[in-house]
Design a protein around this ligand. Structure first.
Ligand code: CDP
Length: 228
């Protein structure tokens, strides 16, 4: 059997990282970890509990009270985010959470909390993780790093469709401004800013279907696996 590797997928919001990661995980029989779900769940906790995240003590106390766990959904065969035992996989996708998540994810203590757990999940390899700092900080030695990108308008359209299915009141303008705001904060923050790792492979899927993106990535996986 081929040696197990770690695949890191980073990139801008809504460029199809999780779609690609889930497909690769299915193809390879690997574990998929959505690192963004962890930052979203922490943000949900902060919002629900009125945590003042500009106050270090409040952040520390809140993190001490947070337990995050991905629990397998037997039907989809994917892990779903649980916050202190509650399944929050769907509620964390809401724009209310998306409006604040980049501020929360920029906090040093929050990143330390999440990154420690992410690194534990990668100990046995055979993992595909997507996010913003996976190839640069979480797994700098990942055997394969993909930096996914797509044109802004395409990304806005994709995310709008996804959110509109759940909530027909959502507007394309608010989705666009949320994406732009998060991309700006994520790439300009002091702690682990979003950037392409030097050894990451750039994959632009503006004109590719999800399946075509997966096929391109699978070729990269095979190349890496044959040289490992
Ligand atoms: O799905 P989308 O790409 O829009 O976002 P996500 O992966 O759910 O991540 C939500 C937010 O969490 C991002 O905008 C970042 O602020 C933060 N995040 C991060 O800082 N580091 C990661 N490894 C993953 C997400």
């Amino acid at each position: 059997m081929a040696k197990k590797i770690i695949i890191a997928i980073d990139g801008w919001s809504s460029c199809g990282k999780s779609t690609l990661a889930k497909e690769l995980a299915k193809e390879l029989g690997y574990l998929y970890v959505d690192s963004g779900a962890m930052y979203r769940a922490i943000t949900l906790y902060f919002l629900r509990n009125h945590v003042d995240w500009t106050d270090k003590h409040e952040v520390k106390n809140a993190l001490d009270a947070i337990s995050l766990e991905f629990i397998l959904n037997e039907k989809s065969q994917l892990g779903e985010m649980h916050l202190n035992g509650e399944n929050v996989e769907y509620v964390i996708r809401d724009l209310v959470v998306a409006e604040k998540v980049s501020d929360v994810a920029a906090i040093k203590e929050v990143r330390k909390f999440a990154v420690n757990q992410q690194q534990q999940m990668g100990k046995k390899k055979g993992v595909i993780m997507d996010g913003r700092d996976i190839g640069t900080v979480v797994f700098p030695k990942a055997e394969l790093k993909i930096f996914l990108t797509a044109d802004n308008a395409v990304r806005v359209e994709r995310r709008f469709k996804e959110l509109f299915e759940k909530n027909p009141n959502v507007t394309i303008e608010e989705v666009k401004s949320n994406l732009e705001m998060r991309d700006y904060i994520d790439s300009h923050r002091e702690e682990s800013p979003l950037r392409q790792a030097d050894d990451a492979i750039l994959l632009d899927n503006t004109n590719l279907t999800a399946d075509e993106t997966t096929q391109k990535a699978l070729k990269l996986v095979k190349k890496v696996m044959s040289s490992n």
